[in-house]
Design a protein around this ligand. Structure first.
Ligand SMILES: [Zn+2]
Length: 225
């Protein structure tokens, strides 16, 4: 994870401007966000690679606990499950572009990246007309030109501080423990609701939210501090 973030940082300082007329303000907008806006006892939950078979259960758990999260969507999965995208939006969660097919775009040109990100946003907006898509997250954390391109399209590049590594489910108890450890002041936590069987992630989230709410933690959106 660290290497991916460092690679993103290096790209930001050495890559040529992604678009003609790129300004200093665009540059600041291309900074990869890994924390909540206010730090303290707040955390941001982000769910990648859906929507998929476990997304409705995850939405049930979040609704039951009154927590809002960010969903980083694959365009192809959006086309397969447009109803789930509508439900994500209707229940007050926030959308994030996660590419069409989870391609590693680290070596792509800015134009190639832009085309993919536009296609993904179009797929989302076919499901939810005029949907707000304030974030972009690079598949595999392989940023290349994509942080600059996303910023030029009005999306904040969204990284993470902690990753519970739930893509190879280790058992719900282990995931629960990892999630407890991942929650540090202001952290953006990366989890998955799609791309495979994520039932263990659903269980871990269901167990951990009440524990942290009970200790006074709040669940926020990622933002620049
Ligand atoms: Zn992903």
């Amino acid at each position: 994870m660290l290497s991916a973030l460092l690679a993103g940082g290096i790209a930001l300082t050495t890559a040529p401007a992604a678009t003609a007329g790129s300004t200093g303000a665009d540059r600041a907008q291309a900074t990869i966000v890994t924390s909540t806006g206010r730090g303290g006892n707040s955390v941001a939950f982000t769910f990648d690679d859906g929507p998929g078979a476990n997304t409705p259960q995850m939405l049930d758990v979040l609704a039951k606990n009154g927590v809002k999260a960010v969903f980083c969507l694959w365009g192809d999965h959006v086309r397969q499950n447009p109803d789930m995208v509508r439900r994500i939006v209707n229940e007050g969660h926030t959308l994030c572009n996660h590419s069409m097919q989870h391609q590693d775009m680290g070596g792509w040109s800015a134009d190639q990246v832009r085309q993919n990100l536009e296609q993904t946003n179009n797929a989302i907006r076919q499901a939810v007309p005029n949907a707000q898509i304030p974030y972009y997250r690079a598949p595999y954390g392989s940023w290349g030109q994509s942080a600059d391109v996303a910023a030029s399209m009005g999306m904040t590049p969204l990284g993470w501080r902690a990753d519970i590594a739930d893509w190879q489910p280790p058992g719900a108890d282990t995931l629960t423990q990892r999630l407890r450890q991942a929650i540090t002041p202001g952290a953006v936590v990366l989890m998955h609701d799609g791309g495979g069987d994520r039932s263990q992630t659903v269980t871990a989230v269901d167990r951990v939210i009440p524990e942290f709410k009970g200790q006074g933690w709040s669940f926020d959106l990622p933002a620049r501090q």
